[in-house]
Design a binder for this molecule. Structure first.
Ligand SMILES: Cc1cc2nc3c(=O)[nH]c(=O)nc-3n(C[C@H](O)[C@H](O)[C@H](O)COP(=O)(O)O)c2cc1C
Length: 331
């Protein structure tokens, strides 16, 4: 039997296969709420089976952390009814689901009048590439406490809606990644960009607080933008320590992807962040999910066999073919 088809315990959940639908923003919500269009999309992507877990698209935890105009909100209790329906659709198709919670920090594209916040008053290289010169305000201790609380409340809303857990988004240049990357974190306090401890402190505080409030059976994943692939940015050597810190804070799973470089690495073979997932596995016993460029069962199985990861994310290939996970499992 292929490893792809085997069960895996992640936190208190027993996943039926090693394939995961990774978070992918649908940009389908006009008012911040889950609507019929969104429910239909998730139903279509999960109804053929083959997936062991669904991670929803990123939802914003606080209005000034909204990434784009049609993003779903988890910033108020109004979101819970929609999340219940979303969990219902995916659960009816026999798959557990966790809600990806995010704050975009200096990457927000909403409301140009709002002052952007970030770890430091540094232009985000991801934004600089798009030509923006809008410098964010460095967060003070009150901002940090407030944002931590927003993540916890969003996780509680996922729990209230019957979701199986939450994924804390610390990748692709968004706020928590702005704390992780030495390119955007110039702080000199305990959240300092000079050490892995400082760069992961806020993520760990959020994980701990969610664990305390949501309990031991609530799955907590970290989407970890483990390297920036930019000069002076975060790099593979820091990954084992960061992964170990996430585990100690109470995470159940680490989902590896890119940092300020985003989620695409050109010119590499399937599983282009596998050096990073392997490094995460060196630092922790937690299950590690690898996503990026994987489109077929052969490569997915090879990555599992070579112990580069424990779980495989299938993103854009699933957008093209909703039956792909089922086919990969049967092959
Ligand atoms: C349309 C689209 C939306 C995405 N939205 C998110 C998101 O909300 N959160 C996130 O962490 N990653 C997001 N990603 C990144 C994917 O989770 C994944 O890492 C990326 O597509 C690479 O994997 P793939 O080659 O299998 O598609 C998105 C990707 C795409 C194509």
């Amino acid at each position: 039997m292929k490893i792809l088809n085997t069960h895996l315990k992640v936190g208190s959940l027993e996943l039926e296969t090693r394939l995961v639908m990774p978070p992918m923003a649908t940009e389908k919500s006009g008012d911040g709420l889950v609507n019929e269009d969104i429910l239909r999309y998730y139903d279509e992507k999960t109804r053929s089976g083959g997936l062991g877990l669904v991670v929803t698209e990123h939802v914003f935890v606080s209005p000034e952390g909204k990434a784009s105009s049609k993003q779903i909100s988890a910033a108020s209790d109004d979101s819970v009814e929609g999340f219940k329906k979303l969990a219902g659709v995916i659960h009816r198709n026999g798959i557990p689901v966790i809600l990806q919670i995010n704050h975009s920090g200096s990457l927000t594209e909403c409301d140009p009048g709002t002052q952007k916040i970030s770890s430091s008053a540094v232009v985000n290289p991801r934004f600089a590439a798009r030509g923006s010169i809008n410098v964010p305000r460095a967060m003070d201790k009150d901002d940090i406490a407030r944002i931590r609380d927003c993540f916890v409340k969003a996780a509680l809303r996922a729990k209230a809606a019957g979701m199986d857990g939450a994924e804390v988004h610390s990748a692709h240049g968004y706020l928590l990644n702005q704390f992780y990357s030495p390119l955007t974190n110039r702080r000199e306090d305990e959240y300092t960009g000079a050490t892995v401890e400082g760069r992961t402190r806020l993520q760990c505080e959020i994980i701990k607080a969610i664990r305390e409030i949501c309990g031991k059976d609530f799955l907590i994943s970290v989407r970890f933008g483990a390297a920036d692939h930019m000069p002076g940015g975060s790099e593979v050597g820091d990954v084992p320590e960061a992964a170990e810190r996430f585990q100690k804070a109470g995470a159940d799973m680490i989902s590896i992807t890119g940092g300020l470089c985003g989620f695409i690495l050109k010119g590499r073979e399937q599983g282009w962040f596998s050096e990073l997932s392997e490094a995460a596995k060196a630092g922790t016993e937690l299950p590690v999910l690898l996503t990026g460029g994987i489109t077929d069962a052969f490569h997915a199985e090879k990555l599992l066999e070579e112990k580069k990861a424990d779980l495989i994310g299938i993103g854009r290939a699933l957008l093209i073919d909703s039956e792909l996970p089922a086919k990969m499992i049967k092959e």
